[in-house]
Design a protein around this ligand. Structure first.
Ligand code: HSE
Length: 345
């Protein structure tokens, strides 16, 4: 069955999804019976396109890479210049892919995009941390009220199944704690500093590689990881937690000397996010910790992320994988779409 999609935002992640759909179109149809079709793309700076019968993915990617969707060729039925809300409300998409600018303080305009989609009977699949960290329960209830779905796998550890794994494969366990490395930029910086690079040079590399947020302060001061901790508490551990309740310290004060000293002591600095259940409530933090090299999190290098779930039946389970990147996060959107198609979301 054809699944029509409207993309709100078309940066690295949106183009990652479009590239996957372009490259795997035939395999997705043949192996999964999944036939996604991008009908609309709205951007802040490159313009907007709406083609109810589906946009041509090769031409769409080419136009985006040229810097403007104005270079997408004219064809019958093509509309240009629709804004985000008109696209969400009036396009024929069944699902809105919300990948607009991430605002970790207000969650806007993404929260309003999600509300509009649900009120208009459309699913939302998103990698945008703002709405999920700030309004998850409200949005989930609105989706349920309207009989549609809310896919959020891409908000933590990109396509690595950090949110889906506990609900599916660890169900029945009580999780007393979840801890991990939830920010690729800072882990990359710490790795490169251990190799001898300066903090500034390592940060610049992380930005060039596309790991960092538009404003990397959110990465290096721990705010990005703190938002993911909030999502994990509410979604995976089912304990209410707001951003203000997460004590948060980043890595900008760490020096090369601190890193070398930890190394000499058989330890390694990592920016650790943690949620613990204590008496039915969540206690959460993000802070640099010098952890022993025997901890599985200590061996996680570069932009890779990892999460340890402390389970009552299994003990600790650690999942290691990509935490950022266009294709990796594009895959997170894809797996939510596949699960909507299967009736599993
Ligand atoms: N800036 C984030 C990181 C991107 O470095 O992990 C993924 O959320």
């Amino acid at each position: 069955m054809i699944h029509k999609l409207a993309l709100i935002g078309f940066g690295t992640v949106g183009q990652g999804l479009a590239q996957i759909l372009h490259d795997k179109q035939e395999a997705l149809r043949r192996n999964l019976g999944f036939e996604p079709q991008i009908v609309a793309v709205c951007t802040r700076s490159k313009g907007s396109l709406y083609q109810p019968e589906g946009l041509d993915l090769a031409q769409l990617l080419q136009a985006a890479q040229s810097g403007s969707l104005a270079s997408y060729p004219d064809m019958p039925g093509l509309e240009r210049g629709w804004d985000n809300l008109k696209t969400i409300r009036e396009s024929n998409a069944a699902t809105v892919i919300e990948i607009s600018y991430t605002n970790l303080t207000t969650g806007q305009p993404a929260i309003d995009h999600c509300r509009a989609a649900f009120e208009n009977g459309k699913n939302v699949v998103t990698a945008n941390k703002g709405p999920v960290a700030l309004a998850y329960h409200e949005l989930l209830a609105l989706a349920a009220e309207n009989g549609v779905r809310f896919g959020i796998e891409g908000t933590v550890m990109s396509g690595t199944p950090a949110l889906r794994l506990p609900g599916v494969a660890l169900a029945g366990n009580e999780l007393s704690e979840v801890r991990g490395i939830f920010n690729g930029t800072t882990n990359y910086i710490l790795t490169k500093m251990e190799e001898g690079l300066s903090y500034a040079a390592a940060l610049q590399q992380a930005q060039e590689l596309g790991y960092a947020e538009a404003d990397p302060t959110a990465d290096v001061e721990g705010h990005d990881a703190a938002s993911k901790v909030v999502i994990l508490a509410n979604v995976v551990m089912d304990v209410p937690l707001s951003r203000a309740e997460v004590s948060c310290r980043g890595i900008s004060h760490l020096t090369s000397a601190d890193i070398q000293q930890a190394k000499a002591e058989g330890k390694r600095w990592k920016l650790i996010g943690r949620v613990k259940k204590e008496g039915g409530r969540a206690v959460a933090s993000v802070q640099p910790e010098a952890i022993p090299l025997t901890d599985p999190l200590a061996g996680v290098m570069g932009a890779t992320n990892a999460i340890t779930y402390v389970c009552d039946l299994l003990g600790p389970i650690t999942l290691i994988g990509a935490g950022a990147g266009g294709v990796q996060t594009g895959f997170a959107l894809l797996i939510d779409l596949i699960n909507i198609g299967r009736g599993n979301l």
